[in-house]
Ligand binder design. Structure first.
Ligand code: PMV
Length: 314
């Protein structure tokens, strides 16, 4: 019996992380160089609900019924069954793999949520629309993140650049000019939940300052949307630098991220900033095509444990 599978990309937040949790606009891009993949192979001899879940990267090989109710994979299967109004899932083997580094701001959990949900539906002959997949993925994200804005599941489900405001319909951005992005990984793991809760504490202790920073970030996202739509890449780069400084002021950067951002800019990037929840993880630099090698080797020299290149085509 052939297995069925689906893939989902990683993502980059180009503008507006953290502020987006509090209602400010943000911009995110799909990053197709990295992806998660989920495949399902039916087991015609097995009993209903005998679902084996194998995720080698996290050392998981267990059955649905042995796992706790709030487990990520159990929740995914339960969400699918509830959505379809069924109480049994056919016996099968679900295999999850991913090239997206975990806890590093590239949307690894949202990507797995999307590819897992799509495959779980497809195995039952169903293919719900993107809006349904994105909403279900957001529910799954809540297990890991507590209070996700919804930007990760949206950009990963739709696989298009998005302008995102919490609880509003997703707007798509048509970029006018090719974007070449270089991503540098500090190698420092950081969880979204933790950094989101640090920001929440800062907001509680210093609401005037932090709200002001959120508003400035929101204005950057608004301006950057226009620059993306009109092909003003140099100005996009400037806005990335400004956004990074505001994230530093909020307190979600770290010396390793700052070091990579500075290295990229000194090597000729039009702009650079941390991407995702920060306190480790990855940064992103906007490059001219002819400065890719220079920026990549500067990032390596500055301590990036991995670098990736991705493009967004007009
Ligand atoms: O999941 P991460 O680490 O890529 O960050 C998501 C972006 C945040 O704005 C920090 C959180 C959110 O839910 O929007």
């Amino acid at each position: 019996m052939p297995s069925i599978f689906s893939k989902a990309p990683a993502k980059i937040i180009l503008f507006g992380e953290h502020a987006v949790v509090y209602g400010q606009p943000a911009i995110a891009l799909p990053m197709t160089t990295l992806s998660s993949k989920v495949s399902i192979l039916g087991n015609p001899l097995g009993n209903p609900n005998e679902v084996r879940i194998i995720a080698p990267e996290i050392g998981m090989d267990d059955f649905f019924h042995n796992l706790p109710e709030d487990d990520f994979f159990v929740t995914a299967i339960t969400l699918v069954m509830n959505h379809l109004n069924i109480d049994q899932y056919p016996a099968c083997e679900v295999r999850i793999t991913s090239t997206i580094p975990v806890a590093s701001g590239l949307g690894s959990s949202a990507s797995i949520a999307v590819s897992l949900l799509r495959t779980l539906f497809a195995f039952l002959g169903k293919s719900p629309n993107n809006r349904i997949i994105s909403n279900l993925a957001l529910q799954l994200e809540k297990i890991h993140h507590g209070n996700p804005s919804g930007i990760d599941n949206s950009v990963i489900t739709f696989e298009k650049p998005i302008y995102f405001i919490r609880e509003k319909p997703v707007e798509f951005i048509q970029v006018k000019k090719l974007l070449t992005l270089i991503i540098g990984n500090t190698g420092i793991g950081s969880t979204t939940k933790e950094s989101v809760s640090i920001v929440r504490e800062k907001l509680q202790t210093n609401p005037i300052k932090i709200n002001q920073l959120f508003q400035e970030i929101g204005s950057i996202s608004k301006e950057a949307k226009i620059f993306l739509e009109t092909g003003k890449n140099k100005l996009i780069g400037e806005k990335m630098n400004q956004n990074h400084h505001l994230l530093q002021d909020i307190g979600v950067s770290c010396s390793e991220l700052d070091h990579l951002v500075t290295a990229a800019v000194n090597a000729g990037a039009m702009g650079a900033k941390l991407c995702g929840s920060g306190l480790g993880g990855n940064m992103v630099a906007l490059a001219d095509e002819d400065s890719i090698d220079q920026i990549t080797s500067a990032l390596r020299d500055a301590g990036a444990v991995q670098t990736y290149i991705t493009t967004i085509k007009p």
